[in-house]
Ligand binder design. Sequence first.
Ligand code: GSF
Length: 204
Amino acid sequence: MKLIGSLTSPYVRKVRIVLAEKRLDCQFVQEDVWADETTIALSNPLGKVPCLILEESDALYDSRVIVEYLDTLSPVGKLIPASGRERAGVKMWEALADGVLDAGVLWRLEATWPKRSEGERSATWMARQRKKVEEGIAAMAKGLGEKPFCSGISMTLSDIGVGCALGWISFRHPEIDWRNRFQNLVRLYDKLMRRPSFADTQPA
Ligand code: GSF
């Protein structure tokens, strides 16, 4: 297997953490999807990473599809419950975490994408995305409460998703000061960062 990605993408980080937690071997190939000469569209018509190459030209995207597939490859460290409400609960946490990221990415692109001129940047649009980030993080804190993990009594994909979202927000939007507002999220994130899978994939 070959994972195409970047060191800063939180969606790629999610996949890399799942690979490490499941002890799965995978080659990592870095790709700058924003470069004019990128060839990512040969593997993913949407031009996005992560993209997992299984055989010569058999590719999987996006991160939710990839991690769901990886979880079936080994019984080691099951990250997604098999069925029912528990499974839906973990997928909801992932949707919340990815939703925070999707809004954070849209906000950042609006503010910084060099091919967009100053006149094309909308403050109203950025405020709309920022609100989703802030309310999404508040919902994470409320959902976690005093529990040790987001779902159940051990680490699942819920915690991996939340950890990747919080780590990327600190990296790209440090003005969102979640660490001073939500002690329970700090407790969770710092606990996750003690795992090599998280420590080795921190965006920098
Ligand atoms: C999001 C992937 C994505 O936006 C997933 O895999 O979960 N829902 C998808 N990837 C970004 C990189 S990043 O912001 O993490 C990407 O490849 N963007 C290139 C583009 O043209 O939008």
